[in-house]
Design a protein around this ligand. Sequence first.
Ligand code: BTN
Length: 275
Amino acid sequence: MGNSMSLFDGGDHDLGRVEALLRTEQIGRPLRVFESVTSTNTIAAEWAEEGAPHGALVIADYQTQGRGRLGRTWRAVAGQNLTFSIILRPDCPPDRFGLLIIAASLAVAEAIEEVASPIRSTIKWPNDVLLSGKKCCGMLLESSLAGTLTNSRQAVVLGIGMNVNQADFPLELSDQATSILLEAGRRMDRAHLLAVVCAHLERRLGDVHTSPRNVRRDYMARMPDLGKPVRFRLSVRDGAVQGVALGIDEGGGLVLETDGGPRIFHAGEVTSVGK
Ligand code: BTN
């Protein structure tokens, strides 16, 4: 495991304050805070195998091997951003797991708007939260063996990376990436932001069971490409499919109207036509 961080190191933005700020019942409880780890998703998967409950949270100020979607690397500057993972033991069939990440993106988009009003966020399918059309947050949902080994429900690990107080990005990313600081013009208290994210996650993950239609409706209202032509790729090696984004289905899949009729995709990457 990584180096455990003092929970109360006195700084205004100290991540150790998260626990005291939480207003949730399950998400974020219990939590472990580290100064540096390989990847919070790895630490969370290990913890899940030891039996960590639904909602348990792993936070790190820095990751040496942060992972992104589609085999990419996730790099985040220490002391500025949020990198964390939540263990979920969903009470729903695996074909609904896709909707969890849809609900999680919606929760993060709403949390950012709460703390950084009046900025507005959109969501690029499946789970990139955008500010002014640039990526501010990405998510990675990974399954864990835990639960198949024990009698508890199967665990999945939801990893979230948010660009919070980073003031500049490498040149090659600067037209695609942004932070809340750059958009809102003020620094955020990371501990407070994370507590707000946990509250929105708790509500929206609950909605996956009680009102999945609302999750889909509210998510689609934030899709900048809804009703517009897009290009879709399963991976960087695959050719592109072109179509019009019609929305998402009950499992969180992207529905595209293509020349061959409607098609549903469960993983991959979308780009607006014209970009
Ligand atoms: C993406 O957009 O490609 C997904 C990025 C996910 C990054 C987060 S940071 C916390 C967690 N730990 C990881 O190694 N990855 C996720």
